[in-house]
Design a protein around this ligand. Structure first.
Ligand code: AMP
Ligand code: MG
Length: 411
């Protein structure tokens, strides 16, 4: 009897292990499935955070002429030791009228075009007046202080590559080459669905056995921060009919549907079954990552995508950051590259189970060390809200000494 029982348990454990895949495999399955969205042309004023779909080429040299980098006097380097006659004043935006001759200079303002005959600019603060018409260099040495024609960008150069996320400094480049309507990838439209009979919306004080729905709002914010177009569909109940109607609404009307809750081993965790019934091919149901093992990903034959994230808020958050966010970026034609670095642990670290990658909320101390947050597990959303980073403890690693380098990711 006991032997049969052990056998059943072993079979069950093996089944679970077989369906659980490592993170790298899950990641690959999602990005391989991602087909980039179509493109649209928008104003550069709306472009921050969007992904460029067509590279941008400069129509001009930058700078377009030799210009002074400082306020000062343009002269010949060979005459630096001599008293110099000031022959004109050149404001920015106006062409010089005269050629600078021997022992002459032109007073010139930052950004103005260099006059012919001059090969350096002495800074105003490095000169002294001799009389109303003459000045003298009062230092030993000076740089040329000239920004040369085309030294930053040559006409015809690609200044922004397709596939990059547009940042404010990229918009400055668009403005300077006159490319004011960039072509970008469309934003995926993402539907968010919460599941659970225990959930009430945040504006309601929860009654007995109820809790507030925090995941939907966290996911809406994460989706928006990832650059996609978010929409909230509501709370599906833990029954097949309710789930089916919400899932149908998601997959019929949106590019990506994200559900939270209902994906683990409980009697009422129907999400994977209903997804299958709705014609979704499930590419995985479980990832060897803590928190968030029961994460589900699938796609329909007509190019719609579904994620089922665990209900625990930290699991949902972490799986979005690790898997959903890079996937959304790939839909927008961008290979997601989070800013990642290694930092030393402030204290020794150990864990009991170490078969999965583990992500822990943490902060960076003033002297650049990792201090783990006080964290009670995947329901402890307060710990996340007090943390600036997640750190990764790779599968197989049980203990780490203070000072060991760990992989850090900003959240
Ligand atoms: P589940 O994955 O549905 O078994 O849920 C796991 C845990 O997360 C349970 O304690 C749920 O009450 C909780 N939970 C599920 N959905 C949400 C949600 N939308 N907001 C906050 N907590 C949730
Ligand atoms: Mg549930």
């Amino acid at each position: 009897m006991a032997a049969t029982f052990t056998k059943i348990i072993c079979k069950f454990v093996i089944q679970i292990l077989m369906s659980m895949i490592v993170f790298e495999e899950a990641y690959r399955l999602t990005v391989d499935a991602a087909r980039p969205m179509g493109t649209e042309q928008i104003s550069m004023n709306d472009a921050v955070g969007r992904v460029l779909a067509k590279s941008i080429v400069s129509d001009i040299n930058m700078p377009p002429f030799d210009k002074t980098a400082v306020d000062g006097y343009a002269c010949k380097r060979a005459n630096l030791n001599n008293t110099l006659e000031v022959i004109e004043i050149i404001p920015a935006g106006f062409a010089p009228k005269h050629v600078v001759g021997v022992n002459q200079c032109a007073k010139i303002m930052t950004g103005a075009k260099m006059p012919e005959g001059a090969d350096c600019v002495i800074m105003v603060e490095d000169t002294e007046d001799v009389d109303e018409k003459h000045i003298r260099f009062a230092k030993e040495k000076t740089a040329n202080n000239i920004c040369l024609l085309a030294e930053d960008v040559k006409e015809g150069t690609t200044i922004l590559e397709a596939g990059n996320k547009i940042r404010p400094q990229d918009i400055a480049m668009m403005a300077s080459v006159g490319h004011t309507t960039p072509t970008v990838f469309k934003k995926p439209r993402v539907a968010i669905i919460s599941t659970g009979n225990e959930l009430v919306e945040p504006d309601v004080k929860p009654g007995d056995s109820k809790i507030r729905n925090s995941n939907a709002y966290q996911l809406l914010a994460q989706t928006r921060r990832a650059g996609a177009q978010e929409e909230y569909l509501g709370i599906a109940l833990d029954d097949k009919e309710s789930l089916k109607s919400y899932i149908d609404k998601g997959i019929n009307n949106y590019d990506v549907t994200i559900l939270t809750g209902g994906v683990s081993m409980g009697d009422f965790d129907f999400v994977p079954i209903i997804l299958k019934e709705a014609g979704i091919e499930l590419l995985f149901k479980s990832i060897a990552v803590q928190p968030g093992k029961p994460t589900v990903f699938g796609k329909s034959s007509d190019g719609k995508y579904v994620f089922g994230l665990p209900g625990n808020p930290v699991s949902s958050f972490v799986q979005f950051e690790l898997i959903v966010k890079p996937f959304l970026h790939h839909l927008m034609g961008n290979e997601y590259k989070p800013l990642q670095f290694n930092l030393p642990l402030a204290k020794d670290y150990s864990r009991k189970k170490f078969s999965r990658d583990k992500w822990e909320p943490a902060n960076i101390t003033a002297d650049g060390k990792i201090e783990l947050s006080s964290y009670h597990g995947s329901a402890h959303i307060h710990a996340l809200s007090h943390s600036d980073v997640l750190i990764k403890i790779p599968r197989g690693v049980e203990k780490l000494k203070a000072g060991a380098l760990v992989h850090v990711r900003q959240i």
